[in-house]
Design a protein around this ligand. Structure first.
Ligand code: E4P
Length: 218
């Protein structure tokens, strides 16, 4: 299972990368805005800065919602760095753009997936990744894990190469459930990744080991 971090914060990306378990990064316009990154040039430079930290796929989202605009922006993004994956929203124009990029060998991440039908369309268009938004579905009392499970079955039935990138992950149990049902990738905040390492019995056990060592080695 690949681990991506879902942020545009360079310090967090670096911290996750330093753990040695980071495979890639996802961003979106809201995450860029949260870091105060505005203006086309600054945004493009920020993507390059992320790519220079992480040697793996970095999703950069288009803003245009028409086919021509998405192609123009996507080509500009893809030309920035070899790590860039063009992130395209699941709308009908987006499906056309995914098909276009796939025929050009440019990797895509189809974002804002909330149904199995959307996932099927994106895979048929040749998306490299699809991003079902787990947490946002849970927020509206719909089982996000169940959706990912359904997509897994569909993709396996037809041997689609499109990778399921479980997005909108909020906490460590989301990650565990995604791993159980065979999501290819998860993207989440640094807090959720670090929380996987925590267990009170680990802390207590270590405390005891260190105390016992100190007693015998005064
Ligand atoms: C996916 O690529 C999105 O950036 C992200 O996971 C959305 O997460 P949120 O629902 O926590 O905003």
């Amino acid at each position: 299972m690949k681990f991506f971090i879902d942020t545009a914060n360079l310090a967090e990306i670096k911290e996750a990368n330093d753990l040695g378990i980071l495979d890639g990064v996802t961003t979106n316009p809201s995450l860029m805005a949260k870091e105060g990154i505005t203006g086309a040039e600054n945004i493009l430079n920020h993507y390059v800065a992320i790519c220079n930290i992480v040697d793996g796929p970095v999703s950069a989202e288009v803003i245009a919602t028409d086919f021509e605009g998405m192609v123009r922006e996507g080509e500009q993004l893809a030309a920035l760095h070899k790590n860039i994956v063009v992130k395209i929203p699941m709308i009908t124009e987006g499906i056309k753009a995914i098909k276009y990029f796939s025929s050009k060998g440019i990797r895509t991440n189809c974002t804002l997936i909330f149904s199995a039908g959307q996932a099927l369309l994106a895979a048929k268009a040749g998306a490299t990744y699809i991003s079902p938004f787990l947490g946002r579905l849970d927020d509206v009392s719909t089982d996000g894990i169940q959706l990912i499970q359904q997509i897994r079955v569909i993709y396996d039935n037809y041997a689609f190469n499109t990778e399921i990138l479980a997005a909108s992950v909020r906490h460590p149990m989301h990650i565990i459930h995604c791993a159980e049902i065979g999501a290819d990738v998860m993207t989440g905040p640094l807090s959720a990744i670090k929380a996987l390492a925590k267990h009170p019995l680990t802390d207590l056990g270590l405390q005891q080991f260190l105390a016992d060592y100190a007693k015998g080695n005064k």
